[in-house]
Design a protein around this ligand. Structure first.
Ligand code: AMP
Ligand code: MG
Length: 490
């Protein structure tokens, strides 16, 4: 059945300057780990087909049907601020572009073996990193944030050396684009300006076809990427997502979250939180993400410079901060249960962040609990669930802020039940805490079973609704296990 899917391998048609044809390396004794039903639905393929022997073979690199055109895409990128002149798909392949009822999606096989761009890498992905990417895609989609998705994970008997020996796996990534800021940087810095233009034209045709063939289309592309990136990073900040490696080779040209490595979600609030263990100087700390987004867009503009009007490009880049702030404010207003912006809100929100930081409150739980706060009983409706009973001085400080907040919220004269329901639809109960992801990984590694993974996937797919059978995922782990930094090795 899967062989009858409708592929349109348009990137392949760009030719060998853009990618190298490589066949995937098979996994030894491939076994299915998990399949995401929502991604199956997105693609219009049946879960049974993915789970079949044929499906497992296709999504482990063991079988390459003629509709696939496996490609390693070339790109470069600024990594931690320094330019790397050639990166590219070193352990992943674009299998093909699938036409679906909801548009065209790239199928990308992560862990598909060595390619000409592997440099010193082995081309493998380990099961741990596949599980983390799988869960991240589900969590971000559940939160309504643009993201790549994972169709399935297959593990093999191949052993891979990282800090320890780990099982190899493949993850089939589904994304609307795998073109990165760094894809343009590669052609710009190698002075291949004809190919640069070809790639830019391709991106215009694919993602903003209304500009195809028109004057000013490359400025339109930069503007589109700027807008999508601003909105994406505003969404990350609002939910407390920390990407961890915002190198230009990990930035999607269409503003989808791509390349999940050592990411994290904010737990005890700390604006300078660094989720990537290797990020010594905090270049990609949570509070740096908006400005790094702009830095990366400047790098993209530099790469597109032979094609674009400079003044217009500058205007696009200058509009980034306003677009990001607007989107962020709108998301925060929804989280706080405000219908419209009011003078004084910024002061109230700043005071809230001071409380969150000083009291080390859990970012996700705080907002969910805030929806339940009652003016006549702040202690048991709000303070105690967040701080416990023994923190009287801290509780008073937080109560003073909450009283002010409730007075502001009442201005809009909306019934409490409506406010609570609205806030609950914007503030998740569940968050992909690294501690939970690690529990799923430990079970997979130690027992070869995936019940934590499956259960976590269910709540993350629908994080705003209570799942009574999964109450263990509602509360943060003990404080020493919160906000853990994760290493890059994957
Ligand atoms: P990432 O940190 O996953 O964004 O990867 C950065 C670059 O290193 C990309 O060009 C990857 O393809 C490459 N890479 C990462 N891990 C491996 C690996 N195990 N084997 C080969 N290349 C890799
Ligand atoms: Mg990458």
């Amino acid at each position: 059945m899967l062989e009858h899917l409708n592929f349109d391998n348009s990137f392949d048609k760009l030719g060998s300057d853009f990618a190298t044809r490589v066949n995937p390396r098979p996994l030894v004794n491939p076994k299915l780990v998990c399949v995401d039903s929502n991604t199956c639905e997105l693609l219009g393929i049946s879960k049974d087909n993915v789970c079949s022997e044929n499906g497992v073979n296709m999504f482990s690199g063991n079988k390459v049907p003629p509709q696939f055109a496996p490609l390693a895409m070339v790109y470069a990128g600024h990594q931690f601020g320094g330019y790397s002149s050639q990166l590219g798909d070193g352990r992943g392949l674009l299998l093909g572009e699938l036409n679906t009822h909801s548009g065209k999606y790239d199928l990308h096989l992560k862990g598909a073996g060595k390619t000409p761009y592997s440099r010193f890498g082995d081309g493998y992905a380990v099961l741990r990193s596949c599980i983390r990417e799988y869960l991240a895609g589900i969590a971000m989609r559940g939160l309504g944030i643009p993201t790549s998705h994972a169709l399935c994970i297959v593990r093999g008997d191949n052993a891979v050396t990282r800090e320890t020996i780990e099982p190899a796996a493949t993850l089939t990534r589904v994304a609307r684009s795998h073109i990165r800021f760094g894809s343009f940087e590669y052609f710009y810095y190698t002075q291949q300006h004809t190919q640069l233009e070809q790639l830019a034209d391709y991106a215009v045709e694919q993602y903003i076809p209304e500009y195809a063939g028109k004057d000013g289309r490359f400025n339109a592309l930069l503007h589109y990427t700027t807008e999508q990136t601003a909105k994406l990073i505003a969404a990350w900040q609002a939910v407390g997502f920390c990407h961890g490696v915002m190198n230009t080779d990990n930035m999607s040209i269409i503003g989808e979250t791509l390349d999940y490595g050592p990411y994290g979600f904010m737990e005890a609030y700390n604006p300078t939180h660094i989720c990537n263990h290797s990020d010594t100087y905090g270049r990609y700390a949570y509070d740096q993400q908006p400005s790094i987004g702009l830095w990366n867009l400047n790098a993209l503009a530099a790469a597109l410079s032979p094609l674009i009007n400079r003044d217009q490009a500058r205007a696009s880049l200058e509009s980034y901060e306003g677009m990001l702030t607007k989107e962020y404010n709108s998301r925060m207003a929804k989280k706080l249960g405000f219908l419209f912006a009011k003078q004084g809100d910024a002061k109230l929100i700043n005071a809230m962040f001071i409380q969150l930081e000083q009291l080390q409150l859990d970012y996700t739980l705080f907002f969910r609990q805030l929806a339940l706060a009652k003016a006549d009983d702040l202690q048991s409706s709000f303070i105690q669930p967040l701080l416990g009973c023994n923190n009287i001085a801290k509780g008073e400080q937080l109560a003073a802020w909450a009283a002010e907040y409730l007075t502001r919220r009442q201005v809009e004269d909306v019934p409490q039940a409506t406010i609570t329901a609205d806030m609950n639809s914007h503030n998740p109960i569940y968050c992909l805490r690294n501690y939970f992801a690690q529990q799923a990984i430990d079970e997979a590694y130690q027992q070869g079973t995936y019940s934590t993974l499956e259960k976590l996937a269910v709540v993350l797919a629908d994080p705003f609704t209570s799942h009574p059978n999964a109450s263990e995922f509602e509360t943060p782990p003990p404080s020493k296990l919160a906000n853990i930094a994760v290493s890059c090795s994957s």
